[in-house]
Design a protein around this ligand. Structure first.
Ligand SMILES: NC(=O)c1ccc[n+]([C@@H]2O[C@H](COP(=O)([O-])OP(=O)(O)OC[C@H]3O[C@@H](n4cnc5c(N)ncnc54)[C@H](O)[C@@H]3O)[C@@H](O)[C@H]2O)c1
Length: 277
């Protein structure tokens, strides 16, 4: 049976690249993003249609991942549309530039609610669906032994290099990405008895609109010309180039596929070898 995956933040950047890669790998795809991203998402849907003309067409589902109910709704809709649900990619996230001493309660709430809340709600909604569809709603402890031999779903969360070592002026963002790793580890332990694996990917300096924004805001703080902060970050990468969304997508596809069935609770860095000095 064709597997179904839902990817949040899939209208552009890393989420889009993950969608295209997973389309090549044969997944039925639900792309979720903010309602105002509908037009961009339509473009991704058209690309997917060309890659897999034989599959049931991919769909766009508007969502705000910081809203628990809306995340449960899109998981329900994706599963109802495709008749299966197997992989949840909690990719959506935002960057905030805030020095520790200047960070506001509003910025704290916003970044935590989207970057951490989005992962939490996505994990809760996907688990509910995996159990309903793939385990027959059976939570009883007596089945735990067999569950460990039968995977029922995969959850893949987006952390960051900033979740491995915090970046100055990205205090709240870094904290949120450390939190994603914590949630990933706890979820992996709690959900293993249900046959669910939970992993994270930790991208480096990916050349998406997010870094355009970070670079611009950092230059306001550091006084360096626009582009210079990004250049300095790239100079610290062993492979000496900025990361592409496609560089990230391959690792996510591995975590979504069968070759990673015995991997859980991990945050896999895909950063070209960042030098933290
Ligand atoms: N770009 C990088 O260098 C980098 C590095 C490490 C980690 N990441 C992480 O990768 C993920 C994707 O980032 P990107 O670089 O593709 O950024 P991006 O800004 O290009 O794309 C993010 C997508 O998420 C969507 N989104 C934002 N808030 C949302 C919400 N509340 N509900 C639903 N969708 C929402 C946006 O509309 C957008 O389509 C993020 O979690 C980000 O933190 C990015």
């Amino acid at each position: 049976m064709t597997k179904t995956a839902l990817i949040t933040g899939a209208a552009q950047g890393i989420g889009k690249a993950i969608a295209i890669k997973m389309a090549h790998n044969g997944f039925q795809l639900a792309l979720a993003d903010l309602p105002q991203q509908k037009e961009r998402a339509q473009g991704v849907l058209s690309e997917i249609q060309k890659i897999q003309p034989g599959n049931k067409p991919a769909i766009f589902l508007p969502v705000d991942v910081s809203d628990k109910k809306s995340v449960f709704d899109i998981v329900d809709k994706a599963a109802a549309h495709f008749g299966s649900f197997d992989v949840m990619v909690n990719n959506a996230g935002i960057a905030t530039i805030a020095k520790v001493l200047e960070a506001t309660p509003e910025e704290l709430d916003r970044v935590m609610r989207i970057n951490v809340g989005g992962v939490l709600f996505g994990t809760q909604a996907a688990t509910k669906k995996f159990v309903e569809l793939n385990r027959g709603g059976d939570y009883t402890p007596s089945t735990v032994k067999t569950a460990q031999h039968r995977l029922t779903g995969k959850i893949i969360n987006c952390s960051s290099i900033a979740g491995n070592e915090a970046i100055a002026s990205l205090s709240l963002y870094s904290a949120s990405k450390f939190a994603v790793k914590g949630l990933t580890q706890a979820s992996a332990k709690e959900l293993a008895p249900l046959g669910i694996t939970v992993n994270a990917y930790a991208p480096g300096i990916v050349l998406t609109p997010m870094w355009d924004l970070i670079d611009q805001k950092l230059s306001e703080i550091t006084g360096l010309p626009v582009g210079e902060n990004l250049k300095r970050q790239i100079d610290g990468i062993a492979l000496k180039r900025g990361e592409t969304p496609e560089d990230v997508a391959g690792v996510v596809a591995f975590l979504a596929g069968e070759d990673s069935n015995y991997v859980t609770g991990q945050a896999i860095a895909v950063d070209g070898g960042i030098n933290y000095n």
